[in-house]
Ligand binder design. Sequence first.
Ligand SMILES: Cc1cc2nc3c(=O)[nH]c(=O)nc-3n(C[C@H](O)[C@H](O)[C@H](O)COP(=O)(O)O)c2cc1C
Length: 481
Amino acid sequence: MLRETPLMQRLGLKHPIIQAPMAGGGDTPELVAAVCEAGGLGCIGAAYSTPDQIHALAQEVRKRTSAPFGINLFATLELPELPADPGPSLAGVAPFYAELDLPPPSLPPMKSGQFAEQLAAVLESGAAAFSFTFGTLPAATIDAIKRRGMFVMGTATTVDEALDLQRAGVDAVIAQGSEAGGHRGTFRGEFEAGLIGTMALVPQTADAISLPVVASGGIMDGRGVAAALALGAQAVQMGDECHNRNRAASALLIKALAPEIAGLDLAAAERSRILAFAASNEHLFLNVGMAACKAAMDPAHGVPHSTLVTAMARNGTEFGIRVSGLGEQWFTGPAGTPQGLYFPGFGPGDANPDIGDSAITETAGLGGFAMGGAPAVVQFVGGTPADALAYTRLMYEITLAESTAYRLPTLDFRGTPTGIDVRLVVQTGILPQIDTGMAHREAGIGQVGAGLVKPPRVCFDRALEALVRARAGAGAGSGPR
Ligand SMILES: Cc1cc2nc3c(=O)[nH]c(=O)nc-3n(C[C@H](O)[C@H](O)[C@H](O)COP(=O)(O)O)c2cc1C
């Protein structure tokens, strides 16, 4: 069963599902109420509605359900100037309306500068949540909405936008990936900069802000994450550890994507360019794999007193870990420099200290923890296949479980060591083994080699001290789990 998230608790939801508000008639009070009744959060897309219409829509929803619902508006205070003659634009989209048996298109009734009146209607509507898109709102406005007891969410398509929204005081950020249909909320920088896929945007945003993140765009069901896990599981058995060696996983991913790409309505040269790009990058799977690892670890975060490490990341200066029972705090120490093999033309003087988010793979039981099943990776990072097996065996000493998905043929299909326990690291003095790429110390040059590195022990010492303090503060409760 899924863990109940703080957002679900706050809004009294049974399921972590928010129905996309769709201004312009895409949602109806019946749909909104049905989602609420099913245990999700139904939302009215009210951006094109007048204050009177907002009252009426809210009443229609309330008639059908007593569960909490949301209302959404556009944050842009002024609408762009309408063309003097909208006729040609309406004629342009008319054939699509006709094809779908819809009445001919017309301009929405909304007047420019109506936001304040719309918001006043929203505040009186009885909605439990308010979300907005296409910008941010003044902190005072957000504060006033929150004081009415409403939960406020803003839409971001980049990490910078998410940070803006956090500064303005929202309760949660909707991370809208490039797959999202309908209104795309980019409000800072070029539109193209906001075209980040949901699987990439959500973990980046979750790491950058300290608020709940709502994933939006292309999410049809749980199979997206499940598929990434499944591809990773097969790849581990084919000799990948899915951090520094992704050859099998990338090939499996291309195999899964190729029929869809071949069927795209694009020129043959374009389709071949896409496949050639995918085939030229042996780490193609790493992006998907990292997102799957993050998605696997996040539900384990926030268990009171839990000593499980739920994230490890490095920024080229510091190495940080996050622990399930210790909230949003990072425990950091100086980042080491990987030891390994260099690409031709580069040497130790070129390497930057350890950098990047990819240690989420080790956090989830892959990468250095799965090296025993990836003997060929030693040609890339140094050492022998026996060393690779020894690294994996050692990691069982500091982990709480063995993966049921990633099984190693070289160890009689034993699951990879998974779930680093802060207590075991401190007790044994064994540090997590990370198997990683090395970046050049000057930005823009890129990867110069690959090797092995460990986090500094101080991260784990500090985390354990904090766990002890938290337990002492909580009084005689249950001990660390
Ligand atoms: C027809 C349509 C209208 C939309 N209108 C709004 C809107 O008024 N406000 C808003 O915040 N998002 C709007 N969106 C975007 C959704 O909130 C959401 O980001 C998107 O539908 C998620 O991607 P998906 O379509 O792949 O599920 C709209 C989406 C669609 C498809």
